[in-house]
Write a protein that binds this ligand. Structure first.
Ligand code: SF4
Length: 449
C-alpha cells in the first residue's frame, strides 16, 4: 500500500449501501407518506422483501447490528405474533397481492426462531404476497445454534440460499470477539444445508479484528475454500464503540493498525481470488457462473442494505423492527425499539420511525454512487442526461476528483470517472465526492479500509 492510499484508507466514509445514507433519514417520518407510497406501487412490478429478526442467543463483541440478547422464548413468540400482524397491515396498504422475486431474512439471527415460528412467518408471507416460482429466498444463519430440524424446515419452506458470519477461524481471535465456532462446526452447518437441498451458500469474513494477522486470515481462507461457498464477502471490522457499546469489550491495543488492516485486506482478497473466485465490487467475491458474478459482468450489479446484489427491484419492503425499506419515492425505516414497533402495529399503524423523500438530486447522485461502487466506473454525463442534467452538472466535484486522479485512485475521462486498480478498494472515498450531505454531516463513519 502506498502512503497515499494509506492516507485515504483512514478517511471516515459511508459504506454507501444507500444514498442518501441512513444518518440523513428524517425522524418522525409521516406514516401517511409511506402508506401513500405503498398504495402507489405498480401492482405488476415485483418487489423485494427484507424481514428483520433482532434476536441472538449470544452477543458477539464486534457486532454493529441492532440486536437483543434473548434467553427466554416469550419475547420471540410476541415478536412473531406482531410480525404476522405487520405483514397483514402492509398487505392492506398495497394495491394488490404483490409479486416477490427476492426475500431476505436477516438479523440478529433469524434462525433463533423455532421451526414452528418460522413456518408461521413464511405462511403469512405466502398468504399475503405472491412469491415467484424462481424467487430467491435467503436467510442468515448462526452455525452455533443451528439444528438439523430447522434446516429441514427451511428447505420445506422453499429457502434456497443461506449465509453465515464466519469472520475468522483462529481460536484466540474467536475467543476475543466472543464468537467461538471452529471450522468443523461451520463445515457441518454447510453440509446440513446442502444435504437438505439448500445449495447456495454465502460466507462473511472480517479483517481488522483483534489479534488477527495475515497468516491467521490466510489459514481461515484455506478452510473456507475447502467448504466452497458460492459467495464470500470480506469486510473490515468497523470499530465504533461510541455507537455499539458492546465493542468496548474489544481490547483496542490488540487491533491491527491502518497499514496492517490494508495489508490484511489486500492479501485476503488475493487468496480468495487464487481460490477461484471473481471480484465483485469492492468487497464481495463469487464463483464464476454465480448469478452475482454474471450480474457484475453485465453491468447489472446493484447495492442495497445487504451489500451487493443482483436484485434490480426499485422497491424493498422492510418488515420487523429496524428494517429499512425503499420505494421509488424514498426510504423508510421501521422503529428499532421492539416496544414502539409493537405498539404502532397494535393500533393499525405502519411502524415507520425515520424516512427520506428523494429529491431529484438525491436520485441523480445515488445513481452515480451506485455505479462507482458496483462497476468501478461511471459515465456521469449519461447518468446526468437520464435525469435531465447538462453535462457540466458534476464539475463542482472536479477539483476533488482531480486530486484523487493525481494520487492514482482514478482516471477522469471526458464523460466520467474510472477507478484504477489501487482506487478500486477505495471506491467509497471516490463515491463520497458525489455525496452532497457529507460535508455537513454530524455522523461518524468507519474508516474506508
Ligand atoms: S454478529 Fe450476528 S450473531 Fe453476533 S450478536 Fe451480532 S447479529 Fe447476533
Amino acid at each position: 500500500m502506498t502512503p497515499i492510499t494509506a492516507r485515504y484508507a483512514q478517511r471516515p466514509t459511508p459504506r454507501y449501501t444507500s444514498y442518501p445514507t441512513a444518518p440523513h433519514f428524517e425522524a418522525d417520518f409521516p406514516e401517511a407518506t409511506y402508506r401513500g407510497w405503498l398504495g402507489a406501487l405498480d401492482p405488476d412490478t415485483p418487489v423485494s422483501l427484507y424481514l428483520h429478526v433482532p434476536f441472538c442467543r449470544q452477543m458477539c463483541w464486534y457486532c454493529g447490528c441492532n440486536m437483543k440478547l434473548v434467553k427466554r422464548e416469550g419475547p420471540l413468540e410476541q415478536y412473531v405474533e406482531t410480525l404476522l400482524q405487520e405483514i397483514r397491515l402492509v398487505r392492506d396498504a398495497l394495491p394488490a397481492q404483490m409479486k416477490v422475486a427476492h426475500l431476505h431474512l436477516g438479523g440478529g439471527t433469524p434462525t433463533a426462531l423455532t421451526p414452528d415460528q418460522m413456518g408461521r412467518v413464511m405462511a403469512a408471507i405466502r398468504e399475503n404476497f405472491d412469491l415467484l416460482p424462481d424467487a430467491e429466498l435467503a436467510i442468515e444463519s448462526d452455525p452455533r445454534t443451528l439444528t438439523d430440524q430447522m434446516v429441514a424446515e427451511l428447505a420445506k419452506l422453499g429457502f434456497n440460499r443461506a449465509s453465515f458470519g464466519v469472520q475468522e477461524f483462529d481460536p484466540k481471535v474467536q475467543e476475543t470477539i466472543n464468537r467461538v465456532q471452529p471450522p468443523e462446526m461451520v463445515a457441518n452447518a454447510v453440509e446440513t444445508f446442502r444435504r437438505h437441498g439448500i445449495e447456495a451458500i454465502n460466507f462473511d469474513l472480517i479483517y481488522g479484528l483483534p489479534y488477527q494477522d495475515v497468516e491467521k486470515l490466510l489459514t481461515t481462507i484455506r478452510h473456507v475454500a475447502d467448504m466452497a461457498p458460492d459467495r464470500i464477502a470480506l469486510f473490515g471490522y468497523a470499530h465504533v464503540p461510541w455507537v455499539a457499546k458492546n465493542q468496548r469489550m474489544i481490547p483496542e491495543e490488540a487491533l491491527p493498525d491502518a497499514a496492517a488492516r490494508a495489508d490484511q485486506a489486500a492479501r485476503a482478497a488475493e487468496a480468495i481470488v487464487a481460490a477461484g473466485y471473481e471480484v465483485i465490487g469492492i468487497d464481495h467475491f463469487a464463483r464464476p457462473g454465480d448469478s452475482l458474478a454474471k450480474a457484475a459482468k453485465n453491468g447489472a450489479l446493484h447495492r442495497n442494505f445487504q451489500g451487493y446484489t443482483n436484485d434490480a427491484s426499485e422497491t424493498m419492503i422492510g418488515l420487523g423492527a429496524t428494517s429499512i425499506g425503499r420505494t421509488p419515492w424514498g426510504f423508510v425505516q421501521n422503529n428499532p425499539e421492539t416496544g414502539a414497533w409493537t405498539r404502532a402495529i397494535r393500533v393499525g399503524q405502519l411502524p415507520v420511525h425515520k424516512g427520506l423523500t428523494f429529491s431529484g438530486d438525491d436520485k441523480l447522485r445515488g445513481a452515480v454512487i451506485e455505479r462507482i461502487m458496483c462497476d468501478g466506473h461511471a459515465d456521469i454525463d449519461a447518468i446526468g442526461q437520464r435525469f435531465g442534467q447538462s453535462p457540466a452538472w458534476w464539475h463542482d466535484t472536479k477539483s476533488d476528483l482531480e486530486g484523487m486522479e493525481r494520487d492514482g485512485l482514478l482516471t477522469l475521462t471526458r464523460n466520467g470517472v474510472t477507478l484504477t486498480e489501487e482506487g478500486r478498494i477505495l471506491a467509497r472515498v471516490v463515491a463520497s465526492a458525489f455525496d452532497a450531505y457529507l460535508a455537513s454531516s454530524k455522523a461518524r463513519h468507519s474508516v474506508a479500509l
